[in-house]
Design a protein around this ligand. Structure first.
Ligand SMILES: Nc1nc2c(ncn2[C@@H]2O[C@H](COP(=O)(O)OP(=O)(O)OP(=O)(O)O)[C@@H](O)[C@H]2O)c(=O)[nH]1
Ligand SMILES: [Mg+2]
Length: 314
């Protein structure tokens, strides 16, 4: 066990599997363990497939290890049915850290994750935060809504882009450009870098009025460790900025995260009810018999939930 982390990695791995297999059943563990830990920095790394996210993560781990910081990594792979350590070798490019007792790396696939991969990932990151990691890194392929949702837990989001994407930059999920706190132009050794930088600059300029923090652009060649110190400087600037200006950002994040969790939990509860409740049976029977329609049934459902809520408020 590493000095500042209050749980050994084997227990942590077990707990993560439990969360993956049964989120709702792990709620008590989450309640018991949760500790607001403002010392942990959470870095999100997202971007198109193959952009070099894992290669960068690997190098960022080295940088933090040089400073003696403990690092936890969660690599989210929605396309993989596997979780755990099995796929680390090839996909994650961080195997060098396997024997480092200050580094914990975990991949999460879609297996089991009832209630969604994004909420399960957020649970896992919250646990890792609570037990005292200095730095957490979460890697997702930035293609879908759930990947964007995961990033809501990160204090700083690195959006990794590569030259030659061309029009793909437009094809990236719209929301993903908006969550970038730092644009990383990786594979800066490839042709097309300047054009990409110009495009990103244009996007930043167009959105300038919306930013409290204006995202910088950093060039890297992850495989050659180039640009890493500049990137680490930007990350550290971002965290300093958050410390002095970021209380609103933090509040928004906590609220957004809570709303997302609540939505997920309530959705689960309602599904359970829908599957096991007599009133719902009647509604669905009416629906199937053509006595009601999906909209009127939904309306009745919504009104009933509202009545319950109002009763509780009294
Ligand atoms: N030329 C060049 N190749 C790079 C660079 N960074 C990463 N690569 C290579 O790009 C490939 C993909 O790298 P990964 O780090 O696995 O990319 P990723 O974004 O994590 O990929 P997925 O997780 O599969 O989406 C590997 O073959 C890397 O060696 C770079 O800066 N320059
Ligand atoms: Mg990867």
């Amino acid at each position: 066990m590493t000095s500042n982390i209050s749980m050994d990695f084997r227990s942590l791995a077990k707990l993560i599997s439990k969360i993956e297999n049964n989120r709702i059943g792990s709620e008590q563990d989450l309640i018991n363990l949760y500790k607001e830990n403002s010392e942990t920095v959470v870095i999100g790394i997202t971007g198109p497939p193959g952009a070099g996210k894992s290669s960068l993560t690997d190098k960022i781990i080295y940088e933090y290890r040089k400073l003696g910081k403990t690092v936890g990594v969660v690599a989210v792979d929605p396309s993989s049915p596997f979780s755990g350590g099995a796929i680390l070798g090839d996909r994650i490019r961080m195997s060098d850290h396997a024997n480092d007792s200050g580094v914990f790396i975990r991949s999460m696939g879609s297996r089991g994750s009832l209630g969604g991969l994004a909420p399960a990932t957020i649970d896992v990151l919250n646990i890792m935060k609570s037990i005292g990691f200095d730095v957490l890194i979460v890697e997702t392929v930035g293609v879908g809504q759930s990947e964007i949702d995961v990033m809501s837990i990160a204090d700083t989001v690195l959006l990794v882009l590569v030259p030659g994407l061309g029009d793909d930059i437009q094809a990236l999920k719209a929301g993903i450009m908006e969550i970038a706190d730092i644009f990383v132009i990786n594979k800066a050794d490839k042709d097309g870098k300047d054009r990409l930088i110009a495009e990103v600059n244009m996007i930043i300029q167009l959105n300038r009025h919306r930013f409290k923090w204006v995202p910088p652009i950093v060039e890297t060649v992850a495989t050659e460790n180039k640009g890493l110190s500049a990137l680490m400087d930007q990350i550290s600037d971002r965290f300093s900025w958050l410390k002095s200006n970021g209380s609103d950002v933090k509040k928004d994040k906590i609220l957004n995260q809570f709303k997302q969790m609540a939505l997920d939990r309530i959705g689960n509860d309602i599904m359970k009810m829908l599957n096991s409740n007599k009133i719902f049976d009647k509604w669905t029977a009416d629906l199937l018999a053509g006595k009601s329609n999906p909209y009127s049934a939904m309306n009745e459902l919504g009104n009933n939930l509202q009545i319950k809520w109002e009763e509780k408020e009294k």
